[in-house]
Design a binder for this molecule. Structure first.
Ligand code: HEC
Length: 164
């Protein structure tokens, strides 16, 4: 009788412990989730550059525009050596409208990022404006100036993809 009682007691004790551990674990999990939802995202990515947190869609938008930038600067560079003013004008005019930032990116991006994008746009604008009349060496110089913005932005910011 005594051993049945103590076996029963042991089972009861085991059950209570089990419930306790499970409750503890689920509270722990809930707390952890809450922390990861509310914790501020780190300012810098692992490589030390400032992190720009974008969704896959926003990132794809940036990438598509970037590839246009790369193509555009190549086209302008070739057109400068061919002294093809019309191509310089059309390409620079096209690029002055884009800055790699859709609405979503604009809202999330830090001021510095927006400013570099803006400055790039202005440089393309002045290349378009000077394309039909200026010396080719001045246009070449402006293209090089414009590209300092590519270098500045890539050196400072990097994208970290997030789900929302
Ligand atoms: C205001 C910031 C900014 C400026 C200015 C900028 N970029 Fe980018 N660029 C980015 C970011 C951010 C990425 C990274 C996108 C990613 O990680 O998916 C990128 C990515 C790229 C890529 C890789 C695209 C891909 O996904 O294959 C190329 C090429 C590129 N940029 C070219 C340029 C060129 C050329 C210029 C200048 C004419 C330029 N960028 C100016 C921010 C900028």
């Amino acid at each position: 009788m005594k051993s049945i009682l103590s076996a029963f007691g042991l089972i009861l004790f085991g059950l209570l412990m089990g419930v306790g551990v499970m409750r503890y674990a689920s509270t722990e999990q809930a707390l952890r989730r809450q922390v990861s939802e509310t914790a501020p995202r780190p300012e810098r990515a692992t490589d030390g550059r400032l992190a720009l947190y974008l969704t896959a869609d926003e990132r794809a938008h940036v990438s598509a525009e970037m590839l246009q930038f790369l193509q555009g600067v190549q086209t302008i560079s070739a057109a400068v050596s061919d002294e093809d003013r019309e191509t310089i004008q059309a390409t620079a005019d096209n690029l002055r409208r884009g800055n790699g930032q859709g609405m979503g990116v604009q809202m999330k991006a830090p001021d510095g990022f927006r400013q570099i994008g803006q400055s790039l746009r202005q440089e393309f604008g002045s290349i378009a404006d000077m394309s039909l009349t200026s010396d080719m060496t001045d246009i070449q110089q402006s293209l090089s100036d414009a590209m300092t913005n590519c270098v500045a932005c890539h050196g400072t910011y990097t994208v970290v993809e997030v789900s929302d």
